[in-house]
Design a binder for this molecule. Structure first.
Ligand SMILES: NC(=O)c1ccc[n+]([C@@H]2O[C@H](COP(=O)([O-])OP(=O)(O)OC[C@H]3O[C@@H](n4cnc5c(N)ncnc54)[C@H](OP(=O)(O)O)[C@@H]3O)[C@@H](O)[C@H]2O)c1
Length: 278
């Protein structure tokens, strides 16, 4: 049986991805920050799919320590990792600094996944078809990479910060794919579509009204999980790595900040912020 780990499995696309993998007979572990929500999702998925091999690991991704414990817990309890889906995210109405001293959306959307992924590489290497899937967004196109403003220290705007982290998801994907090119581990990123979820739920005012008006035109979380599930399971992408997908097809990346030099800068900065410099 294949093992999958999905971050942000308690809501929206992550929850639908957990259910989709469970229906496909995977052993599914999801990361969750809230025990009550996690228990509910676990119960629902077992009931709807009949697959009892569903579990969760509690970890708040605003804490580097909790992310490390999440990786350790996974290693202790499972013999290998076949599929890692980095899906959890936030889009916040204001700049917030975590107890680790980092801007919250940068830490959750990128740095925690950077740490988790790097700590689980040895487990992925034990699989005969290991895959890493990073859930990004078409919003990455509006993102900019400024290594001196990764924490919004020079100026912060909520949607700019979100777009920047989604661009960083793709930069991380491309750089990791390059670093893992001889390892057999594939790494791809995706845009799930415009999906009716809990996304940006902390926003009020005009955004809340616009979001409500737009909801009927958005796709369901189940439809939003299709590309994640395709990248996790299809033989067509078994040897594909370093690509960006939407609707199960590769899409050409155009953002001017996606240079090799920027990717290397991001990698080094991430190592430093993750306390992973040896
Ligand atoms: N919805 C869209 O239209 C859309 C479009 C493009 C890309 N995406 C991408 O799709 C992915 C999933 O988004 P979604 O729309 O399904 O969002 P969502 O419904 O808000 O789900 C986000 C998940 O992240 C988790 N999370 C938030 N803060 C966390 C923390 N501090 N520690 C650990 N986990 C935390 C949430 O857990 P809690 O439930 O406990 O808060 C939840 O499970 C994201 O990467 C997003 O950027 C979404």
């Amino acid at each position: 049986m294949k093992n999958a780990l999905v971050t942000g499995g308690t809501s929206g696309i992550g929850k639908a991805t957990v259910a989709g993998l469970a229906a496909g007979d995977y052993q599914v572990v999801f990361q969750a920050s809230d025990k009550e929500k996690a228990d509910k999702v676990k119960r629902e998925v077992i009931l709807s799919t009949g697959n009892k091999n569903i579990d969760y690991i509690l970890a708040d991704f605003t804490s580097k320590r909790e992310v490390r414990t999440c990786a350790e817990t996974f290693k202790k309890n499972y013999p290998k990792l076949d599929i890692l889906i980095n899906n959890a995210d936030v889009c916040l109405p204001e700049r917030r600094i975590t107890a680790d001293g980092l801007e919250e959306s940068f830490q959750i959307n990128h740095l925690s996944h950077f740490i988790l992924t790097n700590l689980l590489l040895d487990e992925l290497k034990k699989s005969d078809d290991p895959r890493i899937i990073n859930v990004s967004s078409a919003a990455h196109a509006a993102g900019r990479f400024d290594p001196d403003n990764l924490q919004g220290e020079k100026g912060y705007s909520p949607f700019r910060a979100y777009a920047d982290t989604k661009l960083i998801n793709i930069m991380f994907t491309l750089e990791l794919a390059e670093r893992l090119k001889d390892s057999g581990i594939s790494v791809n990123a995706l845009h799930p579509g415009v999906v009716s979820t809990n996304f940006a739920h902390e926003f009020g005012g005009v955004f809340k009204i616009l979001y409500k008006l737009g909801k009927p035109f958005m796709i369901t979380p189940e439809k939003g999980s299709v590309t994640s599930l395709y990248l996790a399971s299809s033989d067509h992408v078994k040897y594909v790595s370093g690509k960006y997908f939407a609707k199960c097809k590769t899409v050409r990346l155009k953002n001017q900040y996606l240079t090799e030099e920027n990717r290397k800068v991001l990698w080094q900065k991430s190592l430093e912020l993750a306390d992973m410099v040896s």
